[in-house]
Design a protein around this ligand. Structure first.
Ligand SMILES: Nc1ncnc2c1ncn2[C@@H]1O[C@H](COP(=O)(O)OP(=O)(O)OP(=O)(O)O)[C@@H](O)[C@H]1O
Length: 434
């Protein structure tokens, strides 16, 4: 094994393998297992050596059906009409969605999928991804103090902006942006987005031209519009429009079942903002909100909206308190931000030219409850604080534009076209020596 693994080639296509020929404790096809590096809701992730290509990969192993899924699935498939597509378990649905999105992505700030091993005879699906050995972005120490400097925070946020810009350009909403889904490369210079299990794709939200070589994920049934309304993601990072709760006076309101919040110890009157009477539409602006919560976490070492300490044991009730805070409450800032302890000057700093006040103003634009007033990704990318320190900002903006990055099929198309042109050219005749 060489010291530094060979980098992933930009035009390397994702291999789809339908035959699992080795599934032993230490080996999955050509992947020799080393230690476990992660465990999520859907599966385990192992560091592996790809013995064919002599490089390290992260192998995510997901069981198609966990036991809970199996019972639900049996019940649903029994109720199905003849000829209907069988319903996928929620785990399989999530992994198929992740594969559909990751197969299409080629970007420096998005973890690359290299191979999918999906053998119908086996109950597990394997995803070989580029190994991001720098680990998760750590943002808080055991005392809940921020661990990252302002400069490190800026660089991370900039990387995520670029990754999200690419996703949004291609009609993908990530829906679970949080520090745990941001991984460092080995040298800790680049951050990449992972975990596309709850992401959403819709061709109507694409900006990219259909001629740019980026094909839409093939299976529409994986991306149902109704899924957008589900509160998937991580509670503290969810946008107001995602956790939107019908008016308390409404008959169906959860407030009526969860011992009335507004009159209880968690009354949300101070600094509260009126909630819109109708749920705002769910758009890519939800990723901006989650990015803002992430940004806040890196700066202050805690989330902006939290369940108050006085909350009770009822998890449903506490979640409801949190969602009400997200929808109606303002957030506050600590006295200092970052591991460099930059003074904030409070939630509304008097000195509007200081660096910290620029950051608070930026957070303010990103944490707008109304998605229509929230800063957009192109505006965010052009924000002076975000651009600060980049030697040639204009060039950087052009160079990093997602319209510049070509999809995998475009690369393939270019290769095929050049091969075809070479075939059509007359074979050079040997010139006889004079
Ligand atoms: N490409 C990678 N390189 C290195 N580590 C990784 C990689 N992908 C995932 N991991 C590790 O494995 C963990 C779980 O991965 P992932 O979030 O994809 O799983 P999941 O089951 O979808 O999780 P969740 O419960 O958050 O939905 C990550 O938090 C990370 O620590």
């Amino acid at each position: 094994m060489q010291d530094a693994p060979p980098p992933v080639a930009q035009d390397e296509t994702v291999r789809i393998t339908s035959q699992l020929y080795a599934d032993r404790r230490r080996k999955v096809n050509q992947y020799a297992r080393q230690e476990r590096i992660g465990k999520g809701q859907h599966g385990e992730v192992f560091l592996c050596t790809d013995e064919e290509l002599n490089r390290e990969v992260a192998l995510k192993i997901v069981k198609r059906n966990n036991p809970r899924d199996k019972i639900k699935l049996l019940r649903r498939n029994n109720q199905q009409q003849f000829g209907e597509k069988p319903v996928l378990s929620s785990t399989e649905h999530s992994i198929r969605r992740e594969i559909a999105v990751m197969r299409k992505c080629r970007h420096a700030n998005i973890a690359r999928l290299l191979e999918v091993i999906d053998d119908p005879k086996h109950d597990k699906i394997y995803l070989a991804m580029e190994y991001l050995s720098g680990g998760q972005v750590q943002w808080t120490d055991p005392q809940h103090q921020p661990m990252l400097s302002i400069e490190e925070t800026r660089s991370i946020i900039r990387d995520v902006i670029l990754g999200l810009e690419y996703l949004h350009h291609h009609g993908i909403i990530h829906r679970d942006i949080k520090p745990a889904n941001l991984l460092w490369t080995r040298d800790r210079t680049i951050v990449k987005i992972i975990d596309f299990g709850v992401s959403y794709f819709h061709p109507d939200i694409r900006h990219a031209k259909s001629s740019d070589g980026w094909e839409n994920p093939s299976d529409d049934s994986l991306f149902q519009e109704a899924d957008l309304l589900k509160r998937t993601g991580t509670p503290s990072f969810l946008a107001p429009e995602v956790v939107w709760i019908p008016d308390e006076t409404s008959k169906d309101s959860p407030a009526n079942s969860a011992d009335t919040l507004a009159s209880g110890s968690h009354s949300l009157k101070t600094g509260s903002k009126p909630k819109p009477s109708r749920r705002p539409p769910i758009t890519k602006a939800i990723d901006i909100w989650s990015l803002a919560v992430t940004f806040y976490c890196l700066l202050f070492g805690h989330t902006p909206f939290n369940v108050p300490e006085s909350a009770n044991e009822n998890a449903y009730h506490n979640e409801f308190v949190l969602y009400n805070q997200i929808c109606t409450q303002d957030w506050d800032v600590d006295e200092t931000m970052g591991s460099d302890h930059l003074h904030t000057g409070g939630r509304h700093p008097k000195d509007t030219r200081s660096e910290s006040s620029l950051i608070v103003a930026l957070l303010d634009h990103m944490l707008q409850k109304d998605p229509k007033s929230r800063v957009t990704l192109p505006e965010l990318k052009r924000n002076p604080w975000i651009l600060s320190g980049i030697p040639e900002p204009k060039d950087w903006l052009i160079k990093t534009s997602p319209a510049k990055t070509k999809g995998p099929s475009a690369c393939r198309w270019i290769r095929q076209a050049s091969r075809r042109i070479l075939e059509l050219l007359p074979t050079p005749r040997r010139i006889p020596p004079i």
